[in-house]
Structure formats: C-alpha cells, structure tokens
Design a protein around this ligand. Sequence first.
Ligand code: GLV
Length: 332
Amino acid sequence: MSKPRVWISRPFFPDIVDRLREHFEVTQEAEERAYTPVELVAHLKDADAAIIGLADRIDADILRHTPKLRFVANTGVGYNNLDLAALTEAGVGASNTPDVLNETVADYAWALMLAAARRVGEAERWLRAGQWKGSRFEGWLGADVHGKTIGILGMGRIGQAIARRASGFRSPVIYHNRSRLDAAIEKECGATYVDKATLLAQADHLVLVLPFTPANRHSIGAAELKAMKPTATLTNIARGGIVDDEALARALADGEIAAAALDVFEGEPQVHPDLLEQDNVVLSPHIASASRDTRRDMASLAVDNVLAAFGHGPCAGRPPTILNPGVLADAS
Ligand code: GLV
C-alpha cells in the first residue's frame, strides 16, 4: 500500500522532517513564500496531510478541492489562518503549537518593550548613520521599565509568562482579559485584574497578547491610544490587525504615546508606510518565537501531531495539540 502524502509548505530542520519519512511520502518546498489559493489547492489536492505556516490560509474554498486531506498542522500557536469550522465540517483535523513557545515569546516581548522604552533602535540607527560626534548628557532620554506598571491585554499562557518576568524588574503588573484568571494564578504571576479603561490609563508599558478574532480587530485604535499616558509604550507581539496601525502611526507622530514596538502588522509582510516614517517605533518581522530551540520544538510538535493523526508515534491516535478533536472521534 502506498504511504500517505504530507506536503510541507516551507523548508525546516531536515532531521525533524525525517521522522515522517518512514510513514509518509514527504514533499517539502525548498523556499518559503506566500501561496495563492490556486497554488495551495495544487499542492494540497493529492495530500493526506499538510504542515503549513501562518501565511497559508486554509478555508472552505480550498477544502472543496482537497478531498484526500485529513490533517493540517499549523506551525504557530495562533491559527487565524485556519477556518477551523470549515476544517471540522470537512472532517479535517487541525493542530497548532501552543506552550512550546511561551517563554521565548515572553522573552521577546520584554526585548521589544525595553527597546521601545530605551530607544534602542533609534539610537542604533543614529550611531550607524555616523551621527555620534560626542555625548550629550540629556540626549537619548528614554523611559524606565523597572518599577513601572506593566499592562498586559490578553492574559493567556504567554501573557502569564510575560507577567512572571516583571518581578525581577520590581514592576507591578495589571492585566485585562476576557475572563479573569484564578486567584492562585494571579498571585503566582503577581498580576492584578483591571478593566480595559484602567489598563489603558495606568499602564506605563502596555503589551498586547490577544488572539486575533474579528471581535479583537482594532482593539487598540485612536480612542484607546488617546486614553494611554503620553509617556507610555505599546508593544504588539500578538497579531496584526489588533492594532489600527494607521492610528498608531498618527499617535506616535502626535506624541500621544512615547513609543511602540511591533512584531506583527496589518497586512504583513507589508508595513504601513506611516509607521516606517516614525523613528519612535521598533519594527521586527514577526519573529517573537524565532529562537533556534523553540522553532525546532514547534516543528517537532507539528510533526508529532501529523504522526499521531495517522496512528504513529507515542501519541498514536491522539494528536497532542489538536484543535478539533471531535473530527478524529468521528472518523474512528
Ligand atoms: C506566531 O505568531 C504564532 O502564532 O505562533
């Protein structure tokens, strides 16, 4: 009997991909790029499984043309590129990569927050441009992070990991979330629940860690930016679209907030041109989980899910991070 086929939409770690070969015919793209829906269908129409990235959107239109497809493993924790209802309806299992990236993303949130507060990107650009002719005692004044109030909007596992780091900075943490955390977790994270208006008004450094849903689109727009302190920073490591990037560029230009740091953008890889004009914003190309160890763990978890969905490996039959487990139950 021929082996099922798995399509991998981009190159990664050959030794991890090799774990699939005993059980699957593997096709892996040698270059990473965005696929049109037509190209995705061409790659997926004969595939039994796929390992994809956040730029690969799988929806009902694609699934109409992929009758063999049984499982899609997303190499990311966020899965707004997947229409989960359509996948479930089509009987296709789907997984993401939660937890393995929490600490790495939390590290990066702090890196961006610190960079924005202390103007690291701006200062480096200035130095590289040969403008450092002598020091100015009052030059490059930024904002402290230690001892300042850290605000977190969206308090899932990554938000909690960000909060835990605050104790070393002696920084109080306030958070807002759809649902309040258990008291024991709040205590462990040293985080105090507040409403969104209080979060915006009191945070010295606000970090966004919300999943993207249509309801969360532009959770931070012109009104929210106006409600923040003029000395505050805003860091978005969540998803493009949670912030109204145009309104943010305006707020940065008008001094409504002091600085921002963004790893994600509306319509990425395009970046709003008005943001590119602003010096007081740190911009990075969606790399919060990109440490070598964590990207390997994410790839490995995606492979484990595919193996398990087809009855192989230690979790045979139970993909460890399946998003729609009912699909497999229905198939058995
Ligand atoms: C990255 O953005 C992810 O969702 O893993």
